[in-house]
Design a protein around this ligand. Structure first.
Ligand code: ATP
Ligand code: MG
Length: 241
């Protein structure tokens, strides 16, 4: 009986690469591409990008989510929008962030406007590229812009005007003066012209808002905002914390 063919004779012989022929990466060098810095190796970055074309957008979105965790007021850190109208606004805005409408949440004290506003901001912020998002209250916004020695009010104003998303809580709550009216007009008109989405909350009715802010601002808000009225009892009086 003939001896069975030995495996070694059936497979083509491959000479192992001598260890001395392998490129050796120095500390800090990319092991795949010696000579390149391990952290910023551009062939590796291109390979990663080719494997997942959305990698950059996903990393950016993750950074924005972490920024929300860090900068949201503690009470609203975990706020999730759950109002059907707000959820519909989020769907529309996320589907087309470049043309996202603004959101105007109206209603009496304690009905959850600020909660819905932060929930909406958290949902939309990772989708919108551009400058940072800003969340503030209308009294804080005006306080931060008051002329004071050493402050560059126009530079501060530009941050609000150019923010990728601006949340202004309690619109119409600041004491009305000619200066407040002028800043409000410049801010809303500037964002209106650039078509940047904002999220506003207010305790005022639309008629009170028009009386307080004036016709020109109210007209722009009417064009760019999806208005949603929240009602029901004051949630602070019906919840424990
Ligand atoms: N959908 C929700 N789920 C859980 N808690 C909520 C919800 N909406 C509001 N709350 C809680 O109810 C309280 C009141 O909500 P919020 O501050 O948003 O009301 P508001 O309408 O902004 O009130 P105000 O007009 O006084 O500013 C807060 O403690 C908030 O965390
Ligand atoms: Mg509020």
């Amino acid at each position: 009986m003939p001896e069975p063919a030995r495996l070694g004779t059936l497979l083509p012989h491959r000479r192992p690469t001598p260890v001395a022929d392998l490129p050796v990466a120095k500390p800090g060098e990319c092991p795949e591409h010696p000579g390149n810095n391990a952290t910023f190796c551009s062939p590796c970055a291109s390979e990663r990008k080719a494997a997942n074309p959305n990698a950059r957008a996903e990393m950016r979105a993750e950074r924005v989510r972490q920024d929300c965790d860090r900068r949201f007021p503690r009470r609203f850190r975990d706020a999730q929008a759950d109002h059907p109208g707000v959820l519909a606004w989020i769907d529309q805005a996320v589907a087309d962030p470049d043309n996202a409408p603004s959101l105007l949440l109206l209603g009496p004290v304690g009905t959850g406007k600020t909660h819905q506003a932060y929930g909406a901001l958290r949902a939309l912020a990772p989708e919108v590229t551009g400058r940072e998002w800003i969340a503030t209250t209308s009294p804080d916004l005006f306080a931060s812009l008051r002329p004071r020695p050493g402050a560059d009010m126009e530079a501060d104003f530009a941050r609000y005007r150019q923010a990728s998303i601006l949340l202004v809580d309690d619109l119409g709550a600041a004491k009305n003066t000619e200066w407040v009216e002028e800043i409000t007009y410049r801010l809303i008109d500037g964002r209106y012209l650039d078509m940047r989405p904002s999220i506003f909350t207010t305790n005022s009715t639309p008629a009170e808002l028009r009386d307080h802010l004036g016709d020109r601002i109210a007209s722009r808000l009417a064009q760019i905002c999806t208005p949603i009225v929240l009602d029901g009892p004051d949630r602070r009086r019906t919840s424990a914390a």
